[in-house]
Design a protein around this ligand. Sequence first.
Ligand SMILES: CC(C)(COP(=O)(O)OP(=O)(O)OC[C@H]1O[C@@H](n2cnc3c(N)ncnc32)[C@H](O)[C@@H]1OP(=O)(O)O)[C@@H](O)C(=O)NCCC(=O)NCCS
Length: 211
Amino acid sequence: MYYFLQRMREEDIPRVQEIERLSFTMPWSANTYRRELNTPETSRYLVARSSPTLPPDETPEPQPRRSGLLRALLPTVFTKPSPPSPYPIVGYGGLWLMVDEAHITTLAVMPSLRGQGIGELLLNGLIDQAIELQATRLTLEVRISNESAQRLYLKYGFEPSGTRPRYYTDNGEDALIMWTGPINEAAYVERLEELRERLALRLRRQAGMPV
Ligand SMILES: CC(C)(COP(=O)(O)OP(=O)(O)OC[C@H]1O[C@@H](n2cnc3c(N)ncnc32)[C@H](O)[C@@H]1OP(=O)(O)O)[C@@H](O)C(=O)NCCC(=O)NCCS
């Protein structure tokens, strides 16, 4: 199976909410998503889709700040308006920008498809969106008990930097706050390129493509 990213569109919201309900106990309303989608200058939301064959050739979004290598590995964020997609949504994620900080607000993958690199693909897409919005760092909150998500974030340079006690109102769980260092510095860009190369190989292998 091939996985690729697209900007979330309004018609994607019902499917996103299905995945959300399977992933989180405090889902957002459709209106909240609509509001986020209507403010692309500060909010960016992506969906990951699956395809049994190589996804069609669509016009990639211009990525002026992305290096040639990154462009070659992850050329798959499309924004061109198009008819309803035949490719099922398998995950989604989003962020909003506050001054020069990009806050990851949500990230989830269909439970049956976890562990195949889709969450990592989405996180890469979000990092690209943050770069495009000229954010210099990324941050997020994650449940203290959510070790798998924390491992994903640690892998991409997020470091724990404190907690928000009883942040989650459903069970009173604390949130761990995580921050990256500067994402525009050479050290981070190099690390990202290495991780992306590995992810691209993994996804190609999984799809049965030559590596
Ligand atoms: C967190 C989540 C998005 C990860 O997506 P995924 O597609 O399953 O993850 P990937 O296959 O891309 O894994 C990427 C990395 O995440 C970490 N990870 C993912 N699943 C893990 C698990 N079960 N145990 C430990 N680490 C795990 C690893 O670091 C992994 O890298 P590796 O394969 O090199 O070890 C997914 O588990 C999910 O939707 N969880 C429920 C919603 C959620 O908790 N979202 C985060 C809110 S802050």
